[in-house]
Design a protein around this ligand. Structure first.
Ligand SMILES: Cc1cc2nc3c(=O)[nH]c(=O)nc-3n(C[C@H](O)[C@H](O)[C@H](O)COP(=O)(O)OP(=O)(O)OC[C@H]3O[C@@H](n4cnc5c(N)ncnc54)[C@H](O)[C@@H]3O)c2cc1C
Length: 438
């Protein structure tokens, strides 16, 4: 056995990657049994399912961001800043681009990092299916910066509408959300609440019921098409009560500055457009270093989460196409799956280092929960405990929805810190902003 500790490099510190390096750092890095390195193109982590709340303004980004450098210091791994641009499988190196700050000054040069085990966990981007105008006129909720950009546009649109002398233009204060999966549906409900709160801060020339319109546009025959029909019906009923305009069987053919055109020629006026339809892995993964990828650029992996052509390279989370054992197709791109895969790899990578075989991973679907702002949460529980699939709604569903984020926090900070933080929040009544204004 070589003297040098095994080098584990994880690229992407998202819902899955940050949990993995934290566990591996605690278990191996702190004891000098391996060198664990995280590479990410950003300096901070935000759990992606919170993005729609940042966009709507009901959550403060600063309270929920985690600094990779600090997390690395406390949990026995090293953090290196920069975007992955290539892999040299022969020399077992990853290539990382130089990093520039917002003012264009170079912070880090182009670098290479050697690995013995490489894990790719760089997530996904929204898939615009090459629809005209999306890149120029729509915002995708992919990063915290984009969620904040949407929020700033929303606040400015309300202030502009309040202060102008002339009547509103047709598209003014209309929001079109394209894609009625969980992200789009949750955003529609959240926006209904926060726009009203924003107006209540003194923008009294705006009548929310008359002036603010939220459109939820979906190509499939119903909203939440990937989830059970009952769940989708319950969500649609609530959104209709909130006067969110639902357009189903409505594929979008073009996004322009003043609205969205549907395949049947209908124009939906909107000054704010969010694209939340479909995902794909980043283009850089397409055939990277001769590894197998699918049409969505995802790295094809075996049930052990090892890539099909290289045992030393693992991939998981949204950027991996992993077979769903016992089902047709692949594991869905969900935080729940990334969390389970991270826990599995945290046990299997030490086995690989010890020369033992890597065990297969099996996805356990616990169901789906969709939060409809402060109005309600709907979902279905799956599993043996409930005897198949059980529809849930209301407070219990809401508590379970929050528990997904708690599980992520527990994996990152441990039970003691999360418990103390929860108690401190209760005592000091530290809550989220009603609606953020900046
Ligand atoms: C608005 C929204 C709501 C959602 N709600 C839910 C939900 O309620 N329940 C659920 O189960 N799932 C939900 N999801 C899906 C869930 O967020 C993803 O499935 C999950 O985040 C995937 O985890 P990941 O680790 O694969 O990728 P991510 O969490 O996306 O992390 C990827 C990381 O890789 C980094 N990265 C990207 N490219 C590079 C590069 N070239 N070099 C270096 N680093 C790179 C990124 O900065 C990021 O830190 C939601 C997603 C969104 C957008």
């Amino acid at each position: 056995m070589s003297e040098r500790p095994h080098r584990i490099v994880v690229v992407g510190g998202g819902a899955g990657g940050l949990e993995l390096v934290t566990r591996l750092g605690n278990r191996l890095g702190k004891r000098g049994k391996a060198l664990v390195t995280l590479i990410d193109r950003r300096r901070t982590h935000l759990w992606k399912p919170l993005l729609h709340e940042i966009a709507a303004g009901s959550m403060d980004l600063g309270t929920h961001e985690i600094d990779y450098l600090a997390q690395a210091y406390w949990h026995g791994f090293t953090f290196r800043l920069g975007a992955l641009i290539g892999i040299d499988r022969g020399q077992r190196l990853v290539r990382v681009a130089p990093y520039f700050d917002a003012e264009g000054r170079q912070v880090t040069p182009a670098r290479e990092f050697a690995y013995d085990t490489l894990v790719i966990a760089i997530g996904s981007l929204t898939n615009d299916f090459a629809t005209r105008g999306v890149k120029t006129h729509a915002i995708a909720l992919e990063t915290a910066d984009e969620a904040e950009r949407f929020h700033t546009r929303l606040v400015n649109a309300c202030i502009r509408a309040h202060s102008q002398a002339e009547p509103l233009r047709p598209e003014q204060l209309q929001v079109a959300i394209i894609g009625a999966g969980a992200t789009g549906t949750e955003l529609a409900a959240e926006l209904h609440k926060t726009t009203r709160q924003l107006v209540a801060y003194g923008l009294d020339r705006i009548d929310p019921d008359k002036d603010i319109k939220i459109h939820l546009i979906e190509a499939a025959p119903r909203i939440l098409p990937a989830l059970p029909e009952r769940l989708s019906e319950a969500a649609a009923k609530l959104l209709e009560q909130l006067k969110v305009r639902i357009h189903t069987n409505a594929p979008v053919t073009e996004v322009a500055a003043n609205g969205v055109t549907l395949a049947d020629g209908t124009l939906i006026p909107a000054e704010l457009v969010v694209w939340a339809a479909g995902i794909k892995a980043p283009d850089l993964l397409k055939d990277i270093a001769g590894l197998e990828t699918n049409a969505l650029n995802q790295l094809v992996v075996r049930p052990t989460l090892q890539t099909t052509r290289d045992d030393a390279i693992f991939a998981f989370g949204d950027c991996a196409a992993c077979p769903w054992l016992g089902h047709e197709g692949n594991v869905p791109p969900r935080g729940q799956a990334a969390h389970q895969q991270a826990s599995h790899l945290a046990k299997q990578i030490p086995r690989r280092i010890a020369g033992m075989p890597v065990k297969k991973w099996r996805y356990r679907d616990f169901g789906s929960l969709v939060s409809l702002g402060h109005y309600t949460t709907v979902g279905n529980l799956m599993g043996k405990l409930v005897g198949g699939s059980l529809f849930i709604e209301g407070m219990i569903a809401g508590l379970m929805y929050k528990s997904l984020y708690k599980m992520h926090q527990l994996a990152l900070h441990g039970v003691t810190k999360v418990t103390l933080d929860t108690i401190a929040r209760l005592i000091t009544r530290r809550t989220e902003p009603v609606v953020k204004l900046h």
